[in-house]
Write a protein that binds this ligand. Structure first.
Ligand code: CA
Length: 156
């Protein structure tokens, strides 16, 4: 059965950054069974490497990593990838931490412990517009040659 989150172009690709095994596995399993394509990184540096090697739609970012401040990851990836949806997962409940996370480039946050159904609803809400607003790719022109990948498969 298709979930509302599954767009026509394929599954949303999610990078999960979480050092906790139980939380990470819960997220990975829950996302996969709800139509997302998750990759789980246990470390901050690993997440930065992963994000530079593949195209992600969503970053689910634990702020409390042992090897790196999650806020630095948010800042770095926001600067590099303006379209990336960044949702912070934090055990920190002070207002100042939430403000710092949003100011670092996050689009939203969830305070641990959170429910998977709430996370999925937030993802749907954020990703809803992306599903319908992505334009088809423009034809590529190389000299006299026009490569139209949409027309080639009958969609234009
Ligand atoms: Ca953690």
């Amino acid at each position: 059965m298709r979930t509302p989150a599954a767009p026509d172009r394929g599954r949303f690709v999610v990078l999960v950054v979480e050092d906790d095994d139980i939380v990470g596995r819960h997220l990975e399993t829950g996302l996969r069974s709800n139509g997302y394509a998750p990759t789980w990184s246990h470390t901050g540096p690993g997440a930065l490497t992963e994000a530079s090697q593949a195209s992600y739609d969503v970053l689910l970012l634990d702020l409390g990593l042992p090897d790196m401040d999650g806020l630095d990851i948010a800042r770095t990836l926001r600067a590099r990838l303006p379209d990336l949806l960044i949702i912070i997962l934090t055990a920190r409940t002070d207002d100042i931490d939430v403000i710092a996370g949003l100011d670092a480039g996050a689009d939203d946050y969830l305070v641990k412990p959170f429910s998977l159904t709430i996370l999925l609803a937030r993802l749907r809400a954020h990703l809803r517009r992306r599903t319908f607003t992505s334009p088809p790719p423009e034809p590529v022109t190389l000299g006299d040659l026009v490569l139209d990948t949409v027309a080639a498969d009958g969609r234009r």
